[in-house]
Design a protein around this ligand. Structure first.
Ligand code: CO
Length: 132
């Protein structure tokens, strides 16, 4: 069912510093920051030839990544995003397989529908599925 690795997301305490590090130190192409109020994050995408890196910083007072940054103050890998052809079929399959789907299907950073799967069901890794 899953296809390409769409992105690896890294939670960062300082988005400007992390963006500058990827752009200047590592010499990567980066996007401008984008506030995603529905997700409680501000994102910058690093575009690589074969995938993307999503730099995530908290947006708003109740950001879902604040707890992660409290536990990992210098930042860390937050989730992996895999592409699926049909998000509703993917959700139904995950539920039938006994995996926990976190919340509802939402619109993700690329304007496409996404959902999240509980890390305890996937070897300690938060999984995002995005309709390609
Ligand atoms: Co993501």
């Amino acid at each position: 069912m899953i296809g390409r690795l769409n992105h690896v997301a890294i939670a960062v305490p300082d988005l400007a510093a992390a963006t500058a590090q990827y752009a200047q130190t590592l010499g990567a192409a980066v996007t401008v920051p984008q506030d995603l109020a529905e997700h409680g994050v501000t994102v910058v995408f690093v575009t690589l030839p074969n995938t993307k890196i999503e730099l995530l910083a908290p947006f708003g007072p109740a950001s879902p990544i604040q707890g992660f940054l409290d536990k990992n103050p210098s930042g860390g890998i937050h989730h992996l995003c895999y592409e699926v052809p049909d998000i509703h079929a993917a959700r139904d399959r995950m539920l039938a397989e006994g995996a926990r789907v976190l919340g509802a299907i939402k619109t993700g950073a690329h304007g496409k529908p996404v959902l999240f799967l509980h890390p305890k069901d996937f070897t300690g890794t938060l999984i995002e599925l995005e309709q390609a």
